[in-house]
Design a protein around this ligand. Structure first.
Ligand code: PMP
Length: 325
């Protein structure tokens, strides 16, 4: 047997690292059904109904400054979404939260984006969930860093109204964060085709619903207005904005409003975990306010930033469940 020299060993190590490296330069450790896998090996079955039918639920969560922001609220929404589609997540909320924190630790997340996904699991080619006998699959991806719009926020977002209406609650509640995002994707494709930064979706009655992956707000005479959540997703960032606003001496209102109200508003902005707070300066070719990110929006952006940087569940504190993973 021949022993490898230092140079050969280092070459072999480099080759091993290279084969394990993803596009971002570092391979993530992804949780799938009780184990962690390098991202290139993290897989679910092609018979999983999450893939075949979009049958499943997910969350988009963010970590700032070594803490996960509003983890409990994201867990609540995940479990509400799962209950709404009659999917039993095979963990308690606490266990799920701990799996998420452990995934963050394994990927050394200080600032990042976390994506838990629960699929219906492996079934046959029919859509009946009863065929998914192995039970739901649980996946958690945590990736460092994220900047959705980057410098675009300095000038503000140009938005177009989509011709696709947000799916009404009579068909499928838009409050469920399901794996079925085609309605939103169609609007996003339309925005891309028009060269816009985002699309605004209306409900079937023509009232403002939300953007493709963000809630939507207008500012009128120091009142911040957003639609009720019956026709959109109850966003964690939306909820946070509604909490922040009174602390800034401003009023918040949830009510129906139309495109006219947006076109004639003083300011408009979107809110979402990935997008954070994003100023909207144009809708359908009409300038909003003076066409620059507005002063009230900027105050909310700052207050939001201060909050996310100082609150949340610490990632580094080990929890009992992590030993079991
Ligand atoms: N609406 C839709 C359709 C979304 O996908 C998202 C992103 N989760 C939001 C609104 C914003 O929700 P949150 O603030 O919880 O990210």
């Amino acid at each position: 047997m021949r022993f490898l020299g230092n140079a050969e060993q280092s070459l072999l190590v480099k080759a091993a690292i290279h084969s394990a490296v993803g596009v971002s330069g570092m391979e993530l450790s992804v949780y799938v059904d009780g184990k962690f896998y390098p991202q290139s090996e993290a897989k679910v079955s092609v018979f999983d109904h999450g893939l075949l039918y979009g049958d499943g639920v997910f969350e988009g969560i963010r970590a700032y400054n070594g803490r996960v922001f509003k983890l409990d609220r994201h867990m609540d929404r995940l479990y509400h979404s799962a209950k709404a589609i009659d999917l039993k997540i095979p963990h308690t909320k606490d266990e799920m939260a701990n799996i998420i924190l452990e995934t963050c630790r394994r990927n050394e997340i200080h600032e990042g984006y976390i994506r838990p996904v629960i699929t219906r699991g492996k079934g046959d080619l029919g859509l009946d969930p009863r065929k998914c006998k192995s039970g739901p699959s649980v996946v958690v991806i945590a990736q460092p860093g994220i900047s959705l719009y980057g410098k675009v926020y300095e000038r503000g977002l140009k938005v177009v109204t989509s011709s696709y209406r947000r799916v009404p609650p009579q068909s499928l509640s838009p409050s469920i964060k399901s794996l079925n995002y085609l309605n939103n994707i169609m609007a996003r494709v339309e925005a891309n085709q028009y060269g816009a930064d985002e699309a605004l979706m209306l409900d079937i009655h023509g009232y403002v619903s939300e953007a493709t992956a963000e809630n939507f707000f207008i500012v009128r005479n120091s009142t911040i207005v957003t639609p009720w959540t019956s026709t959109n997703l109850p966003g964690v960032t939306r909820e946070t904005v509604l909490e922040i606003v009174p602390q800034l001496g401003l009023k918040a209102e949830e009510r129906l409003f139309t495109l006219y109200d947006v076109w004639s508003s003083d300011e408009a902005f979107i809110s979402g975990t990935a997008a954070e707070i994003g100023p909207v300066v144009e809708l359908d070719g009409r300038t909003i306010g003076d066409g620059k990110p507005g002063p009230t929006t900027k105050r909310i952006m700052k207050a939001f930033r201060d909050l996310v940087m100082t609150t949340g569940t610490p990632i580094e504190t080990a929890h009992a469940i992590s030993q079991k993973i």
